[in-house]
Unconditional design. Sequence first.
Length: 438
Amino acid sequence: MHPNTFLAALCATGLGVAFARPTSLNARQGIEKPALHPGHGRHRRTSAIQRREVPQEHSHEIFITVVNEFLKKNNPDNIQDAIFALLGNAAASQGLGNIADPDCLQLATADRAFTNAKAENDIDGMTAALIYRGLERNTGSVGLASTACTSITAVNPEIGAISQHQDPASPGAAAINKAIALEIAFQISTIGGDPFDALDSGTFQPGQIGDPTARGNTCNTLDDEFGCIFSQGLIVEDATEDEVTAFVASRAGGGNGGNGGGNGGGNGGGNGGATTTSAAVTTTTTAAITTTTTTTTDAATTTTTDAGTTTTTDAATTTTDAAVTTTTTTTAATTTTAPPPAATGKLNLGQCRDPRVFFAPNLDGRREAFAFAPRDKSSFDHGADETLKTITDFICQQLNDRCRAPKITVDICKVAAAAASRLNGQAAADVFNAAFGL
């Protein structure tokens, strides 16, 4: 499907790649397979990297290949290979080069490749870097989410706006991954690429929690130059083309932002480059979105659709590691004046019960029409606030300090907070809440 368009463009520029397209994908696009162009600049990576942690890092091989090509054009951080960033920390540490934090190697690799492609005005190279930044990173077990990068700020805001897909069996993964794919689509549109290519960042069907092999529903074919997730038809796209079109159109009118709070989980430090920020222009758009949220609680899957989702965005771009724009479905206005009852899920919340928030009018005697507040005031004793980021930052901190929740729970909280920070109202609350699988 979308890789056909991407590779056709590569071949047109003389950068040939051999690959096998699934018949169903070819039929959908109606495009013939690009022919192999031997002798051009794109080469297969050597097979020196043989020992792999979990069998999926080569599933999106074409994007790894393209990112490697642009990475090597100017690589001051001496990053060894784009593949290392998709491995767990132990294996990733072998390819860090001058990057100190393995949790940030994927961002740093994508950022450098994007910079080099941008210097050549190569849209395909920039597109590959954006998609690569959003690829799922291997973790040690099925259902385990990867850690957000917090020690490096991307030079390129387009890269900084994206975080990696999460294991599809992890709590709230469907909502988070959809948010990531839609953000990639928007960023691709800003560089003049095809936003539908963002759907190629999708991952696999959720695996079985407790799978001793840690493989889940994956593939890993080293000699598939295109990527076995495509050639074997295993990719799960996070959104529909209609949703991509609607989302990009809504963002094109005004950009990112929302909630007045910017992006959560800000990055400390940097990688020596300047970050650019666009002028803020506020707009309000409405789009019909369908969101499927899968949780690990009793293996339940919930799908909701509503044509009245309203989000308010502005064009200020921030470069946080987990700065993810998300779109979800919700009723445009909620009149609940009391929080729903707390729930308990399989995500380890330590000593606390329910970190979710609710969005309602006249909370704590406030005059604002609507505000956010924690559902469980016994564990998260914070007053209502019209800015969601104020509440979610407090909740994530409490999960660590008071609840004694494990680090992965706190990391998921921060990723969800960053995703929600780009939305408004009930839509923002829904995305944050979905991450906990309650």
